[in-house]
Design a protein around this ligand. Sequence first.
Ligand code: ADP
Ligand code: MG
Length: 294
Amino acid sequence: MMASTNNVILAEDIRPFTSQVAGHACQTDKHSPGMLKHKDGFVLKPLLKQTQAKTELEFYKGLASSPHVDLTPFIAQFHGTAKINIGSYSGEVIILEDVTGKLEKPCIMDIKIGRQTWDPFASASKIEAEEKKYTECKRELGFCIPGFQVYDSESCKVVKYDKSYGKSLNKSTVLEAFSIFLNLHNQKHAAKAIELYISKLEEISNIISKQKQLHLYSSSILLSYDCEKLGTNVEACEWANVHLIDFAHTFTGKSHKEGVDENYLHGLRNLMHLLSQLSAKNKKGIPQVKTTLP
Ligand SMILES: Nc1ncnc2c1ncn2[C@@H]1O[C@H](COP(=O)(O)OP(=O)(O)O)[C@@H](O)[C@H]1O
Ligand SMILES: [Mg+2]
């Protein structure tokens, strides 16, 4: 149970969320506190814009009774909303499970899926702004990388790659980004996580391809793994995972033209293809981690 009074979370119980890799950052002048972490382990997402807040809340509230309920294992648990008042932000937050909370040295990549990242209700200026961002990746791959963080498995230091790095990527350099993220250059690398990512993404793709009313724009796949477990015999499912996040532009009802979300599926398939390529390359080129018998 969360320590809150009348659904108000006290400022002293929250701190900045250090594992945030993309999205609205803390910007005092824009009254944006960034993602926050509650002392009980939850992640708090500030509801900055009214329309998007409504859209995202409807998604979480409707998930259990929706036709896409099978996506539940891939989505952070939703624990309602609360009010906060910290410095320059006074408003509502969504309370979510921290899907990276169990990782000791969290390596996290936010991959925004879809060639089209604006929703059908977007203004002309929003469409123009979106079309200018991550152009090459979105056009060539149907996804882009707004940010990631990785612990280097040799030095154990965390390195953050932000949106300016993501914007510089194209179809060929994106492989390098994944290679950095997965520590593939190092002796202790996350090759075992790739197979897990592919099978989970396949599951997600199968569910979404059966949906005619679910449309995810500007939504992300969050890949994660624990650098601490590299080189151990622990099964990848214990230290690597795939989640769907960010439903501020996701439509589930009849508000939207019916049809399978080909925009999302195209990006997802390309992502799976890229990971398969990386896996094959890795099996050929890079020595596997030595395993010891139990
Ligand atoms: N449930 C979650 N658990 C852990 N990290 C999360 C969760 N939701 C979001 N994040 C982190 O916060 C970032 C921004 O979240 P997102 O929902 O995409 O916000 P925005 O609408 O600002 O893009 C993500 O890139 C990820 O690093
Ligand atoms: Mg986002």
